[in-house]
Design a protein around this ligand. Structure first.
Ligand code: ADP
Ligand code: MG
Length: 317
């Protein structure tokens, strides 16, 4: 394990004229990250993802709990841990007036990298930034800026990289490009701990993940294991009278949810459930636009564990 954490807790107390406010941001989190994997912390805004990753990166001190990171104790040896990690914050800033190359060379010097120019050259190539490496930061696109921020966290070739919401706000193409870069890092042996509120990102990119909500881990495993843990199948129906269909099909399903223009009907066995569902809809005069049998998604896992959809929390799918 490159990260092994038990019982991490953090409470924030803020004082203002209105009085004292206490927020239990992280309420006892355990995490086990294996060397060489991409591990995701998936959850809605406010779930405690940033607080968790900042504690593990030694940027804030936990109120309670223990952790070993890259063989060092989180509380007793934070300096040793810092040398072994790269950290890219959620906002991940890039200087407007300086070129990516100048910024990466400067970071390499701060880290005491033996040949800063050479190291910068390598990491800029690796992050697909060679062609724009000498332009001022302000001329870069959002995706390019994000890759520069990651290059700054990697120039000292740490074995462990922390990425806080690396693709939030990026368009699909830049997001896919960044996923490829992160997968290449894994191939080269870097362990990655990232946070995300994108279901699709957790599913496509992470070897294993923890789903967090209100400061606790509600489920943990590989995407496939998590989806299998939601027993049964999902029949998705598109039709006009969603609410009436939900009412008449209710007794035949384990759970029913209206998801935008479609009804998600959770059943034990989709193939057995389909014929009676269709007969009932026909008897009620409800005509279907489409029907499909699907496997559970990570959002179904979130729903099963928390009673709400991650999409409904304001986090995009
Ligand atoms: N420095 C802070 N002071 C007070 N409250 C904070 C602070 N940082 C985070 N919080 C609160 O802790 C909770 C978890 O925040 P955060 O870890 O940023 O969640 P996430 O990254 O999952 O969106 C939120 O309710 C947030 O408002
Ligand atoms: Mg955050």
């Amino acid at each position: 394990m490159i990260i092994s954490a038990q019982g991490l807790r953090k409470t924030f107390v803020t004082k203002s004229r209105k009085g004292t406010q206490t927020v239990e941001a992280v309420k006892g989190v355990d995490l086990e990250v294996k060397s060489g994997e991409i591990y995701g912390v998936l959850g809605p805004n406010g779930a405690g993802k940033t607080t968790t990753i900042r504690m593990l990166a030694t940027l804030i001190v936990p109120d309670a709990g223990t952790a070993t990171i890259a063989g060092h104790d989180l509380v007793k040896e934070p300096g040793q841990i810092r040398r072994k990690l790269g950290y890219v914050s959620q906002a991940g800033g890039v200087e407007e007036q300086n070129s990516p190359r100048a910024q990466v060379v400067f970071a390499a010097k701060i880290y005491g990298v033996p040949d800063p120019a050479q190291a910068a050259d390598e990491i800029l190539k690796k992050m697909d930034l060679a062609e724009i490496a000498d332009r001022p930061g302000r001329t870069l696109s959002g995706g390019q800026k994000r890759r520069v921020a990651i290059a700054l966290g990697l120039v000292h070739t740490p074995p462990l990289l922390f990425l806080d919401e690396p693709t939030t706000g990026l368009d699909p193409q830049n997001r896919a490009n960044l996923w490829d870069r992160i997968k290449e890092l894994r191939q080269q042996g870097t362990s990655v701990l990232l946070t995300t509120h994108y279901l699709e990102e957790a599913d496509a990119l992470c070897d294993r993940l923890a789903i967090v909500d209100h400061g606790v881990v509600v489920a943990e495993g590989t995407p496939a294991e998590l989806k299998r843990s939601v027993s049964g199948d999902v029949v998705t129906l598109r039709l006009d009278e969603l609410e009436r269909a939900a009412t008449v099909l209710g007794p035949m399903a384990k759970q029913i949810r209206v998801d935008e223009d479609m009804l998600r009907v959770y059943v034990d066995d989709g193939e057995h459930a389909l014929p009676p569902l269709l007969r009932t809809l026909e008897a009620e005069g409800l005509s279907l636009r489409s029907i499909a049998l699907e496997r559970a998604t990570l959002d179904d896992v979130f729903l099963a564990k928390t009673g709400r959809s991650l999409r409904d929390t304001g986090a995009a799918a």
